[in-house]
Design a protein around this ligand. Sequence first.
Ligand code: C5P
Length: 238
Amino acid sequence: MSVAPDRRVFVALDTDDLGHAESLAQKLEGAVGGFKIGLQLFGRHGIDAVRTISAYGEIFLDLKLHDIPNTVAGAAGSIAALGVRWFTVHASGGVRMMRRAVEAAGDAARAAGKQAPGALAVTVLTSHDEDELAAIGLSGPCRQAVVRLAGLAREAQTAGLVCSALEIAAVREAFPGATLMVPGIRPASGTVGNDDQSRVATPADAVRAGADLLVVGRPITRADDPRAAARAVADELS
Ligand code: C5P
């Protein structure tokens, strides 16, 4: 997937304050590809958040759907009708669930006269370690589980995957045509106070490794000048 440097970045609006999210989006309009809305903002403001932030860029709605295929299909249809660009499903929901999500999103987008959103599959949450994976009953090790789940996403014909920069090579092999959305990005310029991310990559390293799109949160949202921080990320990419 060929994307201009400043269009690769989706800024994670991890807040429950829609006014703050909109003010950030306003500052960043045109300097980034879009915005990630997750459960925090969506849980508080629902579709108002999607509608408000859509005015400033594409929306990546990260709700990580995981339920029976019929329910996920319904949710994917509702999400597609909002006109978002990307949304997430858990690969561990299985091929049938993911496939129904992809189909329902396409159908609903067509009916609403909108572009179909791309379904991105989440494989193994990066918060899981080997012990947790074993406790859940997912056969590991983590890396093997990631590759296995990426293969299921490919079979379900999702648009791609969310993965860490360290997993790119492995998932590329399991799902060659996937669009890869990669969080855990830390620009070479600037640091985040009290950072809880440990397995991070710079924007340039992630793209060199094969990332198509990057999720960047605090390095941009907590910068004194978010727009300048977003520009710095784009500069690192070009
Ligand atoms: O502020 P920061 O750049 O760390 O934000 C990254 C965003 O990406 C957050 O919304 C976080 O929940 C999300 N994310 C992540 N690591 C993953 C998956 C998602 O950091 N493996």
